[in-house]
Write a protein that binds this ligand. Structure first.
Ligand code: ZN
Length: 348
């Protein structure tokens, strides 16, 4: 299975593969995006692009396979080189981004910890955002703080008390180590649930970006996540009764979902691993998303580890994201902003 994925990835990275993706990209669309019958003569508000980077241990292997944090929790290069390679790209374009941080990095020692600390400080100095990212099963700093081993990623495997502790301790680890108070959040592998919404509210978070509208996965495994019923592409307030309910809007937490799109019936995330398709998804949203009253936020996802090989050199994901930024920034009203900047724009 893995091998097939990599063969496809290599194929679509080739010149002929890219031209095929370019042809396919005419079939990219998102359900319920267009607000039909909406009459409004206001000038459109901004089209905000939020580049979000889940920041973890790991790296891209020479054969393009990923070593994830779960496989190699001590491969801290995913933090210091991953973040550095992203920063170089973002700063070159003066684009601001959000780094959802797995607190596993605070288990690094000596030179590794110093390098990570330097990169995180630079992120803040350069006005990027650091939010919290939750992987209970591979976050060694969290496990040490709670004196317990955890074996699942998904929130659904834990009770409210445990989830509340994960979020509270995660936030404290960030405060203690880098002196900021994170207010944005993404559960690892998108595996949020209703108790996690309650815990986010109890811990003073403003905004979550775990939703992948229309997508579920790993349904019989520890990485289980399910957004098959939540199909909304515009931000909503999360529900305290059922996290997939986009109507009741009874919490204070704004969900800004990851942009998802369809291609031949398959729903995909806005992610630079799909190279040309990311540009097409952006075009579709740019043309169709309603911006008559509020700015629209187009949420793109990637990972720190996908920016670095084991030797620290940059990867194809960085090159493809560079092409995407060049593509998007030509259009009127497009701005690359952090999640909290988008939150403020939307919540006005
Ligand atoms: Zn993650």
């Amino acid at each position: 299975m893995k091998a097939a994925k990599i063969i496809l990835y290599d194929f679509f990275g080739s010149r002929i593969g890219k031209s095929i993706l370019n042809l396919l990209s005419h079939f990219v669309y998102a359900n319920n995006l267009k607000k039909i019958n909406k009459k409004n003569n206001n000038a459109p508000k901004k089209f905000l692009v939020c580049i979000t980077i889940d920041t973890e241990s790991g790296y891209v292997k020479d054969n393009d396979e990923r070593a994830w944090q779960k496989d190699e929790p001590e491969a801290y290069i995913g933090y210091y080189k991953g973040v550095e390679n992203w920063r170089n790209l973002l700063n070159e374009h003066n684009a601001k981004a959000t780094f959802f941080l797995s607190t596993n990095c605070f288990n690094a020692r000596n030179e590794g910890l110093t390098k990570i600390d330097d990169q995180l400080k630079l992120l803040l100095k350069e006005k990027h955002e650091i939010g919290l990212h939750m992987h209970p099963d591979s976050d060694q700093a969290l496990q040490i703080a709670l004196k317990e081993k955890f074996h699942y990623t998904g929130a659904k495997f834990y009770d409210y008390d445990k989830i509340n502790k994960f979020i509270k301790i995660g936030k404290e680890l960030i405060q203690k180590n880098i002196g900021i108070n994170p207010t944005s959040f993404r559960w690892g592998n998108w595996a949020l649930n209703t108790d996690a919404v309650k815990a986010l509210q109890a811990n003073g978070f403003n905004v979550d970006s775990s939703a992948t509208p229309g997508i579920s996965g790993h349904l019989n495994a520890g990485m289980h996540y399910d957004w098959s019923k939540a199909r909304e592409h515009y931000p909503w307030k999360l529900s305290l009764k059922d996290y997939q309910n986009t109507i009741s809007q009874d919490s204070k937490i704004i969900e800004i979902p990851i942009a998802t799109f369809k291609l031949f019936g398959v729903t995909l995330r806005a992610d630079p691993v799909y190279s040309e398709l990311l540009n097409s998804a952006f075009d579709h949203y740019y043309r169709n998303a309603d911006r008559s009253e509020k700015p629209f936020a187009f949420m793109v996802i990637s990972h720190s580890i996908e920016a670095t090989h084991e030797d620290g050199s940059i990867t194809r994901v960085i090159k493809d994201m560079g092409e995407f930024i060049n593509h998007a920034k030509k259009l009127k009203d497009v701005e690359f902003v952090t999640v909290n900047t988008a939150y403020k724009g939307i919540n006005q």
